[in-house]
Design a protein around this ligand. Structure first.
Ligand code: CMC
Length: 392
């Protein structure tokens, strides 16, 4: 009923109200529950931020210990889930394996799938937070044919994840506190971003009362696209290609500006930010410190910096207000820390998980919620009669 307006890509349509994340795209402001992203990225831990997003307030020390205790006790996977990894071919993309793993969690923990039962919702939220890093680390381990380790409750969230990814059963994994802090920051910066494609997908699937695991796995699927979270992998591949082909940065930018080429500057542009993405600003600083300190990827970092500088002083990018987004510099850091490019988007998914959970829960707590059901404007054939096959 009423007038149906067409809004491709939902450029002007709000799908919900939310009290979780605030963005001012013109000013480049991002806040979680009112806290500026810059403060959280510098001072908080990822688990503190997860608590903040999901429950609305920063935790006290007791609340934080209790929350993380529950999460860490849910890091170990059912042994039969290991079989899942055996069934994928070598070289399977981690995002596909991760989406399958998250869906499978719903099959293994089917006693807590009632979306109307708050205890079930709490249990499955904690289960997801605990298990997803293990699922992602095993996707990586199985892709290189390396043995799986078990998580350890004595380790922090990020420590566990790094050890599960890079540790071996043969020796103690040495944890580098600088790398841990960098990941805390990166995960925090990815933790929520209001109604982006994956979060809106989580909400849409959730609006049908599909269980929380099914909703999260649809979020993983949406995030895998190169226009969304998959951009972090695409940026590194773009930099490598420019380098391999010995392309001059100015020539590459000229290619991007020529619409017929179909080449985009990956890691640039954003639907909401018409100013520097505040997350990219923080990550750029970290990339500089981490990479210059380690001598890793310096050549690619220099190329990225030159690309940014060239683009930001070019009318094409200025007129369209295209700036580096969160994905522009992350891959350089992830790779320097040992992750292959195909794994980058899984790291984004681990960071985004608390946001998806918080948004799913906010939607379910809303007494006015409705199933998501967009309308369309039909442009097909008028009514016509069926023709028998020999008359067509
Ligand atoms: N390179 C070249 N031109 C671009 C780019 C780019 N990266 N991004 C936008 N444009 C142009 C676009 O062609 C259009 O030009 P015109 O007005 O002449 O037709 C104009 O800028 C506006 O772009 P749009 O495509 O209408 O913008 P959108 O809001 O629909 O798309 C976007 C946003 C992020 C999908 C797009 O900027 C893009 O494809 N960027 C590259 C992929 C990327 O980095 N994605 C990560 C997004 S941020 C984090 C995340 O979600 O993971």
């Amino acid at each position: 009923t009423g007038v149906t307006t067409l809004d491709p890509g939902f450029v002007n349509t709000a799908s919900c109200t939310s009290a979780i994340t605030f963005i001012d795209g013109d000013k480049g402001i991002l806040q979680y529950r009112g806290y500026p992203i810059e403060q959280l990225a510098e001072k908080a831990t990822f688990i503190e931020v997860a608590y903040l997003l999901i429950y609305g307030e920063l935790p006290t020390q007791t609340q934080l210990d209790d929350f993380y205790g529950k999460i860490s006790r849910r890091m170990m996977l059912d042994e039969r889930l290991r079989e899942l990894y055996r069934s994928f071919p070598r070289g399977a993309h981690p995002m596909q394996v991760l989406a399958a793993g998250v869906t499978a969690l719903g099959a293994f923990h089917r006693d807590h799938l009632d979306v109307h039962n708050p205890e079930h919702v709490e249990e499955s939220s904690l289960r997801l937070l605990g298990s997803m890093p293990t699922l992602a680390a095993y996707a990586y381990k199985s892709s290189i044919g390396a043995p799986f380790l078990y998580p350890q409750t004595k380790l922090g969230y990020v420590e566990n994840y790094l050890r599960l990814s890079f540790g071996t059963p043969m020796e103690e994994y040495e944890i580098d506190p600088d790398v841990v802090r960098a990941f805390e920051t990166l995960f925090i910066l990815h933790a929520d971003h209001e109604q982006n494609a994956s979060t809106s997908t989580v909400r849409l699937v959730g609006s049908a009362d599909a269980n929380i695991y099914a909703s999260m796995s649809s979020g993983v699927a949406a995030l895998s696209g190169p226009l969304h979270g998959g951009a972090n992998q695409a940026v590194l591949e773009m930099l490598r290609e420019i380098s391999a082909e010995g392309l001059n940065i100015k020539d590459f930018v000229a290619q991007v500006k020529d619409k017929k080429s179909g080449v985009k500057l990956m890691g640039f542009g954003h639907r909401v930010y018409k100013n520097y993405d505040p997350r990219a600003k923080i990550i750029k600083g970290h990339a500089d410190t981490l990479l210059r300190g380690s001598d890793k990827n310096n050549h690619l970092l220099d190329m990225a910096l030159e690309l940014e500088q060239t683009a930001l002083s070019d009318d094409y990018f200025i007129e369209r207000k295209l700036y580096p987004n969160v994905d522009f510099y992350t891959g350089l850091i992830y790779e320097a820390m040992g992750f292959p490019a195909s794994h980058f988007t899984a790291l984004f998914a681990l960071g985004r998980l608390p946001g998806w959970i918080a948004q799913w829960r906010e939607q379910h707590a809303d007494p006015n919620r409705k199933i998501g059901r967009p309308r369309q404007i039909y442009v097909g054939e008028k009514e016509r009669d069926y023709l028998p096959i020999n008359e067509r």
